[in-house]
Design a protein around this ligand. Structure first.
Ligand code: TGC
Ligand code: FAD
Length: 390
């Protein structure tokens, strides 16, 4: 049987261009050939499949919207979303690597970097020759990144960077890190730290039950000398990192639906094949209720992200709209994963099927890039004008 079916209950394909469909087919094919056969084993062993980086670059997963002059593919946001959806059908951890590289490393260099920084880093990041990570979260500052204590102090032609970042995707193998730190005036600045700089280490975080095929680590800075040309010149303040998060959250809104589709496809197929009490379990009303609700939620989610992509292409998507879509897609996906797991009975807990892995992965996805509750509060603030964070 075909590994993937593509739920398209409301004929959304008619709203995509031929190019979008070609991109989807090629990424889907790559995921099917390269990711799905190996991912379970890597997740079980808690090992990032580094050999996939080249393929990820080739399918255009690294900075697809970055202009061609900087090595990107110059695609629109619909294409970006579709790429994330297909990769996350494979695994949220692999999509994380793509999100970080494109939205959290290439985007800040493109949006806030100097012309020199763009030419120096972007083409190599697009091709995967250089890999990056994004350091915003600290041990004591997660949802409240504005409280960060990592800092830079000026001294001649360089700054001295001190502090620590935690929970950083790709940190253990990244060549460069986009780091957010406060300057002597307390303003948040972005800078590019490079592996090999003295005093910069990236200890790996072990024993995760979620995103096991993604490498997570810390960034530790002990009097690291950062040349002044490594500062991103064109932004200061929390809006710098939050602007990057808008990009990544947008991709997750599409991506999480990919994980949901994979769980739904798996449960639907299983329900037709698994016979109990003399008939396929898909014939029982309770199992149909689960499947009907899954396809309903996937379809609503698809319509939301399609419209969000159109708004984003026009430069009209607001941060609050992106928050709503990120929160909704991950919520839909995590519920579908849990229901799908039950539909597979005992088989649902094994690595023979992808569901339990998706379910565990989504526990990170619902927490990173702004937790479920933080995104709800962003919506609450947007509609009431009242800030309930503080
Ligand atoms: P607040 O006072 O509201 O805002 C400070 C400044 O930032 C601006 N701003 C935004 N700008 C762009 N995009 C957004 N989404 C923005 N939200 C706010 C705002 O206008 C203001 O600008 P200015 O010019 O007035 O200075 O900030 P706050 O301290 O009250 O915090 C607000 C809050 C809680 C919503 C925000 O801090 C937040 O989103 N917290 C969640 C933290 C988070 O998402 N961390 C993610 C870390 S990275 C990660 O998880 C990567 S996972 C790997 C992967 O993607 O696969
Ligand atoms: P906390 O902020 O301590 O939150 C704990 C709980 O309190 C949550 O339920 C939260 O919703 C709630 N809460 C907090 N504030 C409020 C409030 N005002 N009102 C109501 N409830 C509130 N970060 C990076 O910078 N780069 C990365 O690459 C990265 N990758 C990650 C990879 C993984 C696998 C994980 C798990 C995390 C990653 N993160 C990364 C960090 C992630 O963004 C944070 O975990 C997240 O922002 C939440 O921060 P926290 O874990 O400190 O939780």
């Amino acid at each position: 049987t075909d590994l993937y079916e593509a739920p398209d209950y409301y004929l959304l394909d008619e709203l995509l261009t031929e190019e979008h469909k070609l991109i989807r087919a090629s990424v889907r094919e790559w995921v099917k050939k390269e990711v799905s056969p190996i991912i379970e084993d890597h997740a079980q062993r808690a090992e990032f499949p580094k050999h996939l980086l080249k393929g990820l670059a080739e399918v255009g997963a690294f900075g697809p919207t970055v202009p061609e002059e900087y090595g990107g593919a110059g695609l629109d946001y619909m294409a970006y979303g579709i790429i994330m959806q297909e990769i996350e059908r494979g695994d949220s951890g692999i999509r994380s690597t793509a999100s970080v590289q494109g939205s959290l490393v290439m985007y800040p260099i493109l949006a806030y970097g100097s012309e020199e920084q763009k030419h120096k880093y972007l083409p190599k990041l697009a091709s995967g020759e250089l890999m990056g990570c994004f350091g915003l979260t600290e041990p004591d500052h997660g949802s409240n990144p504005g409280g960060m204590v990592t800092n830079i102090k000026g001294a001649g032609d360089h700054y001295i960077l001190n502090g620590a970042k935690m929970w950083i995707s790709n940190a253990p193998f990244a060549d460069i890190a986009i780091v957010w730190a406060k300057d002597e005036e307390g303003k948040i600045r972005g800078l590019i730290a490079e592996r090999g700089m003295e005093g910069f280490t990236t200890p790996e975080t072990h024993n995760k039950w979620s995103l096991r095929a993604s490498a997570t680590g810390e960034l530790v800075f002990d009097n690291v000398k950062i040349p002044k040309e490594n500062i991103l010149p064109n932004v200061s303040g929390l809006k710098g990192p939050l602007g990057c998060l808008n990009q990544a959250r947008y991709g997750i809104a599409w991506g999480a639906l990919g994980a949901a589709m994979d769980c739904y496809d798996t449960a639907l197929r299983y329900s037709k094949e698994r016979v109990q009490f003399g008939r396929p379990i898909g014939g029982f009303q309770l199992q149909q209720k689960k499947l009907a609700e899954m396809i309903t939620e996937i379809t609503k989610g698809q319509l939301l992200v399609w419209r969000l992509a159109a708004l984003k292409n026009e430069g009209r998507a607001t941060a609050a709209q992106i928050s709503m879509a990120k929160r909704n897609s991950v919520d839909v996906a995590i519920h579908i994963a849990r229901e799908a797991r039950q539909m597979l009975g005992g088989m649902g807990i094994t690595g023979e099927y992808p569901i339990m892995r998706h379910m565990m992965n989504l526990e990170s996805v619902i927490t990173y890039e702004g937790t479920h509750d933080i995104h709800l509060l962003i919506t609450g603030m947007d509609v009431t004008g009242e800030n309930a964070f503080k």
